[in-house]
Write a protein that binds this ligand. Structure first.
Ligand code: MBD
Ligand code: FE
Length: 295
C-alpha cells in the first residue's frame, strides 16, 4: 500500500497520495474481510469501465447518496459557523449546463413545444437573512420536460440548446420570475451502468418532478438547491435523496396566462423565495468545482 501510493516519497501530490493510500487500504481490507473473489474484483473493474463509457459516474454519485452526504457535511459546517436560516441547500445533480442567457427579472424558459406539459410560473424574491431583497442576484433555473428529459442530455435529441434552462438577474425589489412548463420526474437511463447497479440493489432510479436552482450574488454565498413538485408520489422516495421539508412549495392554479404569453390561460403557479446567507470572512465558501457541461 505504501509503495503503490508512494506515500514515503517527496514526489507527487501529498494530499492525493494521502487519499489514495486510505481508499486503497480500505479496498484491500474489504477484499480480505469479505473474501471478495477474483471474479468479483474483475466484475467491479469492468463495471467502472462501463460506468465511464456511459458517462454516468456523477449520476451514480447522486444515486449512492454520495452527493447528499456532501450536503449533510456542509449543513453541519454551516451549523458550526452559526449560519442558519437560509434556504436549505440540496444537491446540484449531473445535468446543469452553463451559459443560459441572463434576463432582467423575467425569463421565458420553454423554447420548444411540449404538448404534454402545461404552463408553469415560478416566481419569488431573493432575500438576505434580514428579509431584505437582494439586488443584482442571478437565479439560474433548469428542469426536465414532460418526458423527464433535460436539454443537452436528451436521448431523443429533440430539445434545442437551453430549452427549460433560464437565468434572471434581480432588480432592487429582489424579484425573479420564470415562465416555463411543468416538469416530470427523471429516471436513470434503463440500459446505463447506474441502473444496472441499482437493479442489483433492488432499487429504482427515479426522481420526483423537481426544479433546480443556483442563486449567486457578489455579496452572499452561492445557494444550490431544488424544489419538488407537490403531490408527486416519489417525493419521499427520491433515488438521489434530495427532498427536504422546506423544499416542497404549494402549487396553485391561476388564470391570466395569455397576458403573460403562456400557451394557455390557465396555468400553475409556484411562489418560492430564496434566502441567501452571508459570505464567510468575506468569502463564498460554497463554490464547488466540478466538471459541468456548457453550451
Ligand atoms: C436529475 O435530474 C437529478 O437532478 C439528479 C440529482 C440525478 C439525476 C437526474
Ligand atoms: Fe434534476
Amino acid at each position: 500500500l505504501k509503495a503503490a501510493s508512494n506515500i514515503d516519497s517527496q514526489e507527487g501530490n501529498g494530499r492525493f497520495k494521502q487519499i489514495l493510500h486510505r481508499l486503497l487500504s480500505d479496498l484491500f481490507k474489504a477484499i480480505d474481510d469479505l473474501d471478495i473473489t477474483p471474479d468479483e474484483v474483475w466484475a467491479g473493474i469492468n463495471y467502472l469501465n462501463k460506468l465511464g463509457r456511459d458517462g454516468e459516474a456523477a449520476l451514480l454519485a447522486a444515486g449512492l447518496g454520495l452527493e447528499k452526504y456532501l450536503d449533510v457535511r456542509m449543513d453541519a459546517e454551516d451549523k458550526q459557523l452559526g449560519l442558519e436560516g437560509g434556504t436549505p441547500r440540496t444537491i446540484e445533480g449531473p445535468l446543469y449546463v452553463a451559459g443560459a442567457p441572463v434576463k432582467e427579472g423575467v425569463s421565458k424558459m420553454d423554447l420548444d413545444p411540449d404538448e404534454n406539459a402545461g404552463p408553469l410560473v415560478i416566481h419569488g424574491t431573493v432575500l438576505d437573512l434580514d428579509g431584505k431583497p437582494v439586488e443584482g442576484a442571478v437565479v439560474e433555473c433548469w428542469h426536465a420536460n414532460s418526458k423527464g428529459f433535460y436539454s443537452h442530455f436528451d436521448p431523443t435529441g429533440e430539445q434545442t440548446d437551453f430549452n427549460l434552462r433560464g437565468a434572471v438577474r434581480t432588480g432592487a425589489d429582489g424579484k425573479y420570475e420564470f415562465r416555463t412548463l411543468m416538469p416530470v420526474g427523471y429516471g436513470c437511463p434503463p440500459e446505463g451502468a447506474t441502473q444496472t447497479l441499482l437493479d442489483e440493489l433492488g432499487r429504482h432510479g427515479n426522481r420526483p418532478a423537481h426544479v433546480h436552482f443556483f442563486v449567486t450574488s457578489d455579496s452572499h454565498r452561492k445557494l444550490t438547491t431544488q424544489f419538488n413538485i407537490e403531490g408527486d408520489p416519489l417525493i419521499w422516495d427520491d433515488f438521489a435523496y434530495a427532498t427536504r421539508e422546506d423544499l416542497i412549495p404549494p402549487v396553485t392554479q391561476k388564470t391570466g396566462g395569455k397576458e403573460l404569453g403562456l400557451k394557455a390561460d390557465s396555468y400553475q403557479d409556484i411562489e418560492f423565495d430564496f434566502v441567501l446567507t452571508p459570505l464567510v470572512e468575506g468569502k463564498d465558501n460554497q463554490i464547488v468545482q466540478r466538471l459541468r457541461a456548457a453550451a
